[in-house]
Design a protein around this ligand. Structure first.
Ligand SMILES: [Zn+2]
Length: 180
């Protein structure tokens, strides 16, 4: 009991991160706040931390965009293959079931990656990007005449995923700095 009381007496809560720090320390050993610094130094620290928080929010936004991109790719792929199948089914030729199934499964995989991205963005975006690029390479080999179809859409997909991937690393870096 006495030991705890003595400990509490020499520990204060950091005004920035609210974690317990030794009252004698010049800097918070959790977030680096200059506990004994001048008002100017403390203000500079606060501003830098605020900038980092904005960078983190920006990174989170880009990761959400990547997640939405995976949903859009999944949705378009699924409904496009369904549409082609129904068009064939009710049209003049028989709908190709295997083509529909492969498109539908591919679409559902992208939707699943979109959900996974909300929990584990790094592996989810990496898988999504690799799968998408592989798909385009296969498309180029199998049907080169359709490779450039909807190329703006394809470039946007790849672009958003790469931006999201970079944001994951940026976010990790800033998080480390904030807890340094
Ligand atoms: Zn702190």
């Amino acid at each position: 009991m006495e030991e705890t009381a003595a400990k509490v007496a020499t520990h204060i809560g950091c005004p920035i991160c609210r974690l317990e720090v030794d009252a004698d320390e010049a800097f918070c050993n959790h977030c680096g706040f200059p506990l004994k610094g001048t008002e100017q130094q403390q203000r500079v620290f606060w501003l830098k931390r605020d900038t980092k928080k904005k960078r983190l929010a920006e990174a989170d936004k880009k990761i959400r965009q990547a997640s939405n991109t995976l949903f859009v790719v999944g949705g378009i792929t699924f409904f496009f293959s369904l549409g082609i199948y129904l068009w064939g089914y009710y049209g003049s030729y028989n709908g190709d079931v295997s083509l529909f199934l492969s498109g539908a499964i591919l679409g559902l995989i992208f939707v699943a990656l979109g959900f996974w991205c909300k929990v584990k963005p790094l592996p989810a975006i990496l898988c999504g990007l690799s799968l998408y690029l592989l798909w385009q390479v296969i498309n180029l080999v199998v049907s080169p005449s359709t490779f450039l179809n909807a190329y703006v859409y394809k470039l946007f997909v790849i672009g958003f995923l790469i931006v999201g991937l970079r944001a994951v690393f940026e976010g990790e870096k800033v998080k480390k700095e904030l807890n340094a």
